[in-house]
Each structure stands twice: as structure tokens, then as C-alpha cells.
Design a protein around this ligand. Sequence first.
Ligand code: EPU
Length: 420
Amino acid sequence: MKQLIIEGGHELSGTIRISGAKNCAVALIPAAVLANDKVTICNVPNITDIDVLVNILEDMDITVNRATGSLVIDPTTLTNTNIKEELSSKMRASYYFLGALLGKYHHSEMYFPGGCSIGKRPINLHLMGFEALGATITNEGDKYVIDAEHLHGADIEFDIASVGATINIMLAASLADGVTHIKNAAKEPEIVAVADMLNKMGAKITGQGTPTITIIGVKELTGCNIDVIPDRIEAGTYAVVGALCGNMLKVDNIVKEHLGAFIDKLDEIGVFYDLGDDYIYVSKGENYKAVDVKTEVYPGFVTDLQQVFNVLLTQCEGVSHVNETIYENRYMHVPYLNKMGANIEVDGRIATIKGPTKLKGTEVVATDLRAGATMVIAGLIAEGTTIINDAEHVLRGYEGIVEKLTNVGAHIEIKDVENK
Ligand code: EPU
């Protein structure tokens, strides 16, 4: 297992450059399967979730050339459309191969996807959308076999604005006959990025970023060059670091518009920052005020920053309430924050945080990706040394986290240890 060891209490200054967004890259890579020529994707983060996707591509005999920050994918060498259980179980976004393979080859097979254990995370909306496009789905245990003789456009309305289902239907419908409308579509920046890539490949998608997306099916999709957008979750994570132990810590290469609801909360708390179009300087302040936070679909406060934000709330004066509306089980980090000295009570989807409380270093666990980042931030401000077990989770989504934090003055190291 990997272990992160952090000596807390150091002031951080300098620049942290934000990498390409995990949740964008993990959709653009499967989308490349739809092309009839090479696809070049740049600004790809070097994280372990990307390693898994590359393994899936290679397992399908797709040729992949990986250089620092870029992938050249030649989907024309594909020889099979089955994704092995040991690969799909490693990450959630493996499900994007279902839509891409269905669109291009009218057949895909995959086991239920893995990923962070933060709730039930069913894929019923993805499957409902595929069926509306003309697919038939057979369950063989945990395996989904999806076939379509003919894919056709359809009107699809989601009862939840699901990021994954919206992207999967865009992937499958781009090569279908006729017009598809997705209603109550997700509006996250990652949706817009995938639609932009598909349009570069020759798709006809409009309405991305709004609740209704229209896809006019085309006969084929070509190769393209595309950049992954900056990671808004990584940006928010380091902005929280700045608010807790920064001295003009610069978080660079951000997209200001993607962080609106998060920045509003920094204002309410009283965090000192200087925001430009593509950067934010953040410094540690005093007398932070407790606030209430409710996670919502974009452009609301993003669930993926809820956990790291909890650390900031432990340092606010008064009582904060957090309402996690997206996932049933996204408070796995709380027992560990409490072990470090926080005062947080969880009742269902609501966490009540009383602050400010001093945090002390101890041994904790990264139960999932964002919980791991939460522990890192807690470790940076804690007195003494924090040891974070199962740190592999953090490496799934934060490129070069140890190097980035070390460069701005943090005392953090990662090592391999025997499993306990
Ligand atoms: N849902 C259903 N049925 C479905 C699909 C979703 O009930 O068929 C529910 C989910 O269980 C969840 C809610 O709808 O309660 C929202 O799920 P959504 O489909 O929007 O999420 P996702 O596509 O599985 C992506 C990100 C998550 C991020 C969410 C919301 C990827 C690979 N994952 O997940 O990222 O939290 O959108 O923004 O893009 C993370 O990065 O830490 C992370 C978990």
C-alpha cells in the first residue's frame, strides 16, 4: 500500500499549476473509439485512472502512444469490444466505453463499473438511454451485454441530471440514425468538453451546457486534436489549501467560470483571495465564519469539493451545516477528521461541523479519492505528523500531488509499505 506522510504547520507559497481534468480526460479517451482515424488528446493528467483507461484501450488492441501529457489513440486497430472485469472494476468511467462501443460497433460488453464507494451509483439511466436508442441489454450476472441492430435517434428525459448518462448518450447517439434530444441533461463543463470533441470529429451536437442537448446523427466521425480542460476540482482543492495555510499561494491555469459557487462560499467564509480569469491567489486569513453548504448539480456547489471543504469548515467560527444531495455515502472521511480533533456529526446526508478546532496529526485512511485529498489538507494544517494509509486513492485523481505541494513548501512524502 502507499502511505502519505505529512508534517503539518508549514506556510505554503509559490505556484501550483492545475492539470487537465480527470473527469474530462476519462470521457475524451473512450470517445476516441468512435473515430475512423487517430485522435490526439493533450493536457492529459498523469494519474492512475488514465493508466487504467490506457490498459482498456490496449486490451481492445487499440494502438496508444503515450508521451508526457498526451495520448495518440488509433482506434482503427480495435479487435474486440469486451472490457474485462478486472479493468472495469478499477474505475467508474470505464462505463463510457459502453456508449462509444455501442455507437461505433453496435455491441459492447462490460461488468458493473468500480470507482469510489460513495453511494450506490447505479447505471440505470445510461441503460434506459441506450434502450431508447434501440439497444437491447442482457444481464449475465454482473455483466452487461448491449446490442443494437440499428441505432436510432430518440427523445430521452432523465429524472436525475446525470453526468455519466448524459455523456454516454451523446457518445452512442452521435452515430445513430436521426435526431436525439436529451432532456434534463447534465450541464457540467465536462459535458461541454465532450460535445466539443465530438463536434471536432464531425458530430452535430448543440445545446451542451444547457438542460436540452440535441444530437443529429452522422455517418462517421473522424480523428481530431483536443485539449483536456483544467481540473476545477483540483483547483478548488488547492484553493482550500491556500485558505488554510497559504501565503499568496497561486493556483494557476484555472477556469474562473467553472468555480463560481465555490468562490461564493469562500466569500461568505471571509477568505482572502485575488481572482483572475485563469488564476487565484489565496492566503490564510483569520476569523473565518461558519457557512452552510449544499451540494448540487452544476453550476451549484460541486459534490467533489464537499469533502475537502469540510476541513476549511473545521477552522470556521460557529456551526456549519453541509447537505450532500448527490451521494448517500460521501462522509467516510469524517471519522478520520474527528480522530484528528474535528467536531463533526453526521446524520444521513447532513454533516454538522462545529469550529474552530485544532487538528492533530495521527494515522488515518484515504477511504476514497476526495477523502484522501481531505486528509492531505488536514495533515497540512495539523500539529505534528499525519500518516495517510491507502493513499493510492489520491493518486487516481491528483497529478503529482507530492511534487506540487513540496514545491510550495509542504513537508510531504509518499512511500510503499506492507499492507497491514
Ligand atoms: N445516478 C443514478 N442512475 C444513473 C446515474 C446516476 O441514480 O444511471 C445517480 C448517482 O447514483 C448519483 C447521481 O445520480 O447519486 C449523480 O451521478 P452522476 O451520474 O452525475 O455521476 P457520475 O457520472 O457517476 C461523475 C464524476 C463524479 C462526480 C459526479 C457528479 C466521473 C468519472 N465521475 O460521476 O466524480 O461526483 O459526476 O458531478 O466523471 C470524483 O471525481 O471524485 C467523482 C466522484
